[in-house]
Design a protein around this ligand. Structure first.
Ligand code: ADE
Length: 249
């Protein structure tokens, strides 16, 4: 899968995506990431990319012409690439959206700065707008990194052969169960016995129940979308009735 990132700050991307899982995905050729500096698409001597807003007001607006030329330079090589604008006004990004976008072969990610882009960029070039949360970042670059990382985890081979995104939090609309590794005891705190039992069906059942418990206590809103058996619904009732223990850590 290919990502072209249109930004005024390409250096921001030099390190974060080269480490660990993303680094290996790029090395293996599963993911290709290219940055395009919007400033390279200005035609004036001072390479101006922003201007004051019509109608007055604070801040600067990214000019339509350099952004348009930058998008067109990528689209001319692949007209079917999907163009996404990262903005707090966009559709909330989540695991389902990440999975859906992972089926695309080429995304163009436009990172806004200042007060955003001239509205005509939206009207003429943008297929989708995405927000990574209800807060305002200094620009779309960090949001683009989040989106690339979350999408790439769905590309076959990126997480390695035995690992899949299907055990993560949000798969089946549940948070992930608690994980432990050695030592068996740390500062008086042990590991649930069942995890050492070697009994795989008991372990699966424990994990499913803990995922349910954790989701109920931390993100009950997610349960509305989860597919639960009658037994699992009963288990949730039981937790609600008996388990008033806070799990907000
Ligand atoms: N740019 C600034 N804030 C953003 C956000 N929350 N999501 C996506 N892009 C942004």
């Amino acid at each position: 899968m290919r990502f072209d990132i249109l930004t005024l700050f390409p250096d921001m991307f030099s390190s974060p995506l080269k480490e660990s899982i993303m680094g290996r995905a790029i090395e293996k050729g599963l993911v290709q990431i290219r940055t395009v500096n919007i400033r390279d698409f200005t035609l004036d001597k001072h390479q101006v990319v922003d201007d004051t807003p019509y109608g007055g007001g604070q801040g600067m607006v990214m000019k339509v012409e350099p952004v348009a030329r930058a998008i067109e330079s990528v689209k001319s090589k692949n007209p079917s690439a999907l163009t996404i604008y990262l903005t707090p006004q966009g559709k909330p990004f989540n695991q389902d959206l990440a999975r859906r976008l992972s089926s695309q072969s080429h995304l163009i990610l436009l990172c806004g700065r200042y007060e955003g882009v001239d509205e005509r960029v939206r009207e003429l070039f943008i297929d989708e707008e995405i927000s990574i949360g209800d807060y305002v970042l200094t620009g779309g670059e960090l949001a683009a990194m989040v989106v690339i990382d979350a999408i790439s985890r769905f590309i076959p081979g990126v997480l390695g052969s035995e690992r899949s995104a299907e055990e993560d939090s949000f798969f089946n609309s549940l948070l992930e169960y608690p994980q432990y590794t050695r030592p068996f005891e740390f500062r008086g705190k042990g590991v649930p016995e069942v995890l050492l039992s070697g009994n795989h069906s008991a372990i699966s059942l424990w994990r499913r129940k803990e995922a349910l418990r954790r989701t109920l206590l931390r993100r009950p809103d997610l349960l509305a979308k989860a597919l639960l058996t009658e037994e699992e619904k009963g288990f949730l009732e039981e937790i609600l009735n008996n388990d008033s223990k806070s799990d907000g850590s």
